[in-house]
Every structure is written in C-alpha cells, then in structure tokens.
Design a binder for this molecule. Structure first.
Ligand code: SAH
Ligand code: SF4
Length: 351
C-alpha cells in the first residue's frame, strides 16, 4: 500500500476493507460508502469537508489515511488534441497518462507499472526496464485526477490500460483499480464495456482476468510465427502463440464480446502477405477484431513503419476473409504520446 507520512492512501482499500476497518473502531460500516462517494463523486481532497460524517470520524480518518493525488509535473498538448500528463509519484518515480480525443468522447490511456519487465524489442517503455508496480491508489489517481481537470469539451468515457507497464504482471492492483473505476455506486462509475486491458500475453493470468472483471481484453499478438514473436516479445518463449491463443479461446467473454488482437506492423519483420494470411488462419473461429498499429518510430530503434500501400494490403487480405480490422493511426506522435513511446522516467531524468 502507498503510504506518505506513514498513513495509508485510502484509495488502496476496497470498500469492504474500509467498512471492516471502520467497524473494528466502532463506526457503522455503511459510512464507507459515504466516504468513498466524497472521494470519487465529489473529488474531496480532505476528510474535513465530509461534513455529514461527524467530527470524530473525520479525525479518525485524518489520523490514519491520506487521499493522495499525483503531482502533475507537465501536460504536453499535441496538434491532434491529445494531451500527455507527466506525473511524479510519492517516491520520485514518474509515469505518464494520455488523453486521446475521439469524435464525441475522450479515451484515457493509463499506466499500470513504472517501466516494464517484458522487454519487447519495439517498445520504448521496455528500454528503461522494470522499476515497480503502481499501487491501486496510484492507478485510480490517474483517472480521478484527470477527471478533475476542467478542460474538456467532451466527456471521458473510455479507459485503456495501454500506457506504461504490463497490467497482468500487476494483477491484484489492476483488478482492484478496475473495481473502483467501474463501481457505479461508490467509485468512478465507468462502464466495464468501456474499459480495456491490453496484455502482451501473460497466459497464467488471463482466465483470472475474465473471471474477476467484465472489461474488454486486448492481446498484443504482433507476429504470426513463434520465431518472429520470440524475437519481438520475450514473453513468447514462456507462452508461445498456440498456448496464448488457446487461452484466448477459453477466455470468459461477456455475451457479444470480442477480443481485440493488436498487431504492430513493422517493415520487413511481420508485414508480409503471408503474415496476413497466417494471422487470418490463427484467429479462425475466434470472436475477435484486429487492431493494426503501424510501428511508431522512436530514437533507439532501427525498426521502420511500412509503406501505406503495404499497410492497406495487409488490411485488405484480412477484410476479404471477413475480419473486422481497424488501423490505429496513433495520435499524439508529435509529443511522443503514441503507443510504445512512453518512458516517463527517462524523460523526467533527462531534464
Ligand atoms: N503492456 C501491454 C500494454 C501497454 S503497450 C501490452 O503490451 O499490451 C500498448 C500497445 O502498444 C501494445 O499493443 C504494444 O504492442 C504497442 N506498442 C508498443 N510499442 C509500440 C511502437 N513503438 N509502435 C506501435 N505500437 C507499439
Ligand atoms: Fe511492456 Fe507492453 Fe512495452 Fe511489451 S509492449 S515492453 S509488455 S509495455
């Protein structure tokens, strides 16, 4: 749990944990809901303002808990309307979150770890290595703090765990944060249908995600043969493509739900017509859609993005076989906020 001055960030607790903590101290457990409503619906920063609680309870809470916000260091604005937030955590580490404008709403892309241990060859986050997991409170704070920013012309309705880190490697805190983010009564009230967890394919945690949450699953497949996927994503050596796709077939999808397969297109590596055909074979019979992400070039990588004609051809092949394909032309590239371009610690340290 996150502590500052030895107090616990109250956002780290579940409603049940808070209720039983209160009960142990002779406070009615229904007060937990009241407190959480202050924090999430009313954006309270102190216990003092929770005037319907009674002075003693407020003092008890202040003595033991904090309601942490993240330290917002910088907001970069892209020409396309994306905004990248650089946050400093209590221990001096940094993370980034990105707000992405869609037609009628915003999608908020959040981080689950400082750095990442998965070491994918195409990803800038991987370069800094793994530092630590984010606490539940720190994950939620990205959403709560940005919701408080009064700058939006349209609502923030969608949340994607596609920022820094591998969400399933921080399973407990990610699932805990999802509970709060999607709790309509005493949480942030997002619809589970509008929350997506993206994973590089940690098979051991997949079924638990399906059983413990109702959010959307996105899987970063990125290659169609094990040799190429081993090269791009070390996780494939542990959980090769067949095992990953078997787990996806068994995944507890909600009725009408589909798994999104993300596929980075890298010039000369995984962008051939044979790859497109193999991808279609691999996903046969699966309730899926495909998200093609032309590689976002960054310093320190020799990989290149394929020509437009190659990207379109890849899509055509999949379309002809009946797949739903979206080409995700990443936003925020001018501010390095696109997929795989987040590396907050490195940025902050280089200043
Ligand atoms: N760790 C999780 C979620 C964060 S990465 C995962 O890997 O799924 C989010 C997405 O960005 C993944 O689909 C990943 O494959 C993609 N990505 C990473 N680096 C990229 C780059 N340089 N260009 C395009 N997409 C990239
Ligand atoms: Fe980690 Fe995802 Fe980047 Fe791979 S692509 S290194 S899993 S953040």
């Amino acid at each position: 749990m996150t502590t500052s001055t030895n107090k616990t960030d109250i956002k780290d607790l579940t409603r049940e944990q808070l209720a039983s903590w209160l009960e142990d101290r002779g406070v009615e457990n229904y007060r937990a809901g009241q407190i959480l409503k202050w924090i999430y619906s009313r954006q309270a920063d102190t216990f003092d303002i929770m005037t319907d609680l009674g002075k003693e309870i407020r003092e008890l809470l202040s003595l033991n808990f904090t309601i942490n916000r993240l330290d917002k260091i910088r907001i970069e604005k892209s020409q396309d309307g994306s905004r990248k937030y650089l946050f400093r955590l209590g221990d001096g580490n940094h993370i980034e979150s990105v707000l992405i404008p869609e037609k009628d709403y915003y999608t908020l892309c959040i981080s689950s770890q400082v750095g990442c241990a998965q070491g994918c060859r195409f990803c800038l986050t991987a370069k800094g290595g793994f530092v630590r997991n984010l606490s539940k409170g720190e994950i939620i704070a990205q959403v709560r703090d940005i919701l408080k920013d009064p700058i939006y012309s349209k609502p923030i309705t969608n949340i994607v765990f596609m920022g820094m880190g591998e969400p399933l490697a921080n399973f407990k805190n990610v699932v805990g944060s999802i509970d709060t983010i999607t709790d309509a009564d005493s949480g942030l009230g997002f619809s589970s249908r509008r929350v997506t967890v993206s994973t590089s394919g940690l098979v051991s945690k997949l079924s638990a995600l399906g059983n413990e949450t109702r959010v959307n699953l996105a899987v970063s497949l990125n290659a169609t043969d094990n040799r190429t996927r081993d090269f791009l994503m070390p996780v494939n050596k542990k959980y090769p493509i067949e095992e990953l796709l078997d787990a996806c077939r068994r995944y507890n999808l909600r009725p009408g739900g589909k798994i999104t397969f993300e596929y980075i297109l890298i010039k000369g590596i995984n962008d051939s017509a044979e790859d497109a055909n193999r991808l279609a074979e691999l996903l046969k019979g699966m309730r899926s859609k495909i998200n093609l992400i032309p590689f976002n070039e960054h310093e320190g990588s020799d990989f290149r993005r394929p020509e437009e004609s190659v990207i379109n051809n890849f899509r055509e092949i999949l379309n002809k076989k009946g797949y739903t394909v979206i080409i995700r032309h990443s936003k925020g590239q001018d501010i390095s906020a696109a997929c795989g371009q987040l590396s907050a610690n490195r940025l902050a340290n280089s200043k």
